[in-house]
Ligand binder design. Structure first.
Ligand code: SF4
Ligand code: SF4
Length: 405
């Protein structure tokens, strides 16, 4: 990798963790067995407590910036399970995002991380380029042109991008109760059109007029999680302008990672941001019109259950569907190993974590596994494909609920 500086981490910036934030860790160890990387390695250095200790020492000048240190920070999924279970209130999400930013500032970039960062900046921040890449990939998949299709074990089969309705407003079904803005996101419209279609239909059924602001871009979550805080800031400014053009009651998000990022890092919008299922469970849906006779299990997305603390609403909505048999799998709230682009940059650890997930998932014999984040959906699809278990479908939660209407 080539490290050239023996430099303490400065952890600067408006929301950077202070010494006080770091010292909230009282080393109790209650988080250890919830941490996916500790669970598979059993190593203190791959645990939340170990990583907090390393970053604290580094910030205080007690540890140099070494490849060893970087490896332990890189191997963290950023899933924030530790933050959710910590009795001491350690703000781990902020600590690791700034730790990553420091690593990116100091390390001599390796070709892989440079490529990932360049690709993110060139594609995710530019919807037109991303759609063109999606169309190329779709064509390559249809014609089985392996040279045209990016070689990735996680890439799903593409079916055509989601497009907002003419006039960029979808009317409510029945009486109008709310006017909501909808975050299209970067990968969701390209990879998971049916999820967006189902989400908008559910919002209309709940009495929402749904507005799709023109000029909105990727929310910047993937940038921030990978240490590119400057890239994330640029996108935040663009989006705050786009969503500021008209009035609305709530900003609805159907991707856990984006919802969490918007709530934490968009001060002008944060209080109006709602996860789709948090919102639907609160405002209610009409009586389901038909049975959905499926055996379904649910994988919590880390940024829904841990970062946003939304655990009950998705289960409550699933259980309200007539004919649907809900089965809870063990460790549903433990990360699947996707974690944004973690499965691309740390494939070995990601696969070890996924293997445990597949065991838990398959042991409850579902027909469908649902989740609420595109990264989790891709990872679960890839895990089932690799095991020849494609008879188990992976769906976005909105699709399964919308099937009852
Ligand atoms: S992060 Fe929280 S739970 Fe984990 S060791 Fe520190 S204080 Fe305990
Ligand atoms: S964010 Fe996840 S992987 Fe990282 S230390 Fe916390 S629990 Fe472990």
């Amino acid at each position: 990798m080539g490290l050239d500086i023996r430099d303490p981490g400065t952890f600067q910036g408006p929301d950077a963790p202070s010494d006080d934030d770091l010292s909230t860790c009282v080393h109790c160890g209650l988080c250890l067995n919830y941490c996916p990387t500790f669970r598979v390695t059993g190593l203190e250095t791959e645990s939340p407590r170990g990583r907090i200790y390393l970053m604290t020492q580094w910030k205080r000048g007690g540890l140099p910036f070494t490849e060893e240190l970087v490896r332990h920070i890189d191997l963290c999924l950023g899933c924030r399970t530790c933050e959710a279970v910590c009795p001491s209130g350690v703000p781990y999400g902020r600590i690791i995002e700034h730790g990553r930013a420091e690593v990116e500032r100091l390390r001599r970039p390796n070709p892989k991380s440079l490529l990932v960062r360049q690709t993110m900046r060139q594609l995710l921040g530019h919807p037109v380029r991303l759609q063109a890449a999606g169309a190329m990939t779709r064509l390559g998949q249809a014609l089985r042109l392996t040279g045209l299709v990016p070689q990735s074990r996680v890439l799903p089969r593409l079916t055509g991008a989601y497009r907002p309705p003419a006039g960029r407003v979808a009317p409510p079904i029945g009486e109008r109760r709310f006017r909501v803005a909808f975050l299209l996101g970067c990968v969701m419209p390209i990879f998971y059109r049916p999820a967006h279609e189902a989400s908008v239909k559910l919002l209309q059924l709940a009495g929402c007029e749904v507005w799709f602001p023109r000029g909105q871009r990727c929310c910047g979550a993937l940038f921030a999680h990978n240490g590119d805080l400057e890239g994330a800031r640029g996108l935040r400014e663009v989006n705050q302008r786009a969503f500021g053009m008209e009035d609305f009651d709530y900003l609805l998000v159907n991707s856990a990672g984006c919802g969490s990022h918007l709530k934490d890092f968009y001060p002008n919008l944060g209080t109006r941001v709602r996860d789709l299922f948090e919102f639907l469970a609160e405002v209610g849906l009409p009586e389901p019109r038909q049975e959905v006779p499926l055996r379904v299990t649910y994988q919590d997305a880390c940024h829904l259950v841990h970062a946003q603390r939304i655990r009950k609403p998705p289960r409550q909505l699933l259980k309200s569907i007539p004919g649907l048999e809900f089965v809870e799998m063990a460790h549903a709230d433990i990360c699947c190993g996707s974690a944004g682009i973690y499965n691309a940059v740390q494939p070995e650890m990601s696969e070890r974590i996924l293997a445990e997930k597949m065991e838990d998932l398959l042991s409850v014999q579902p027909q469908v596994v649902v989740t609420a984040n595109p990264g989790c959906q891709m990872q679960l699809e890839a895990g089932l494909r690799a095991r020849g278990r494609q008879e188990v479908a992976v769906k976005h939660l909105a699709e399964v609920i919308a099937a009852a209407y």
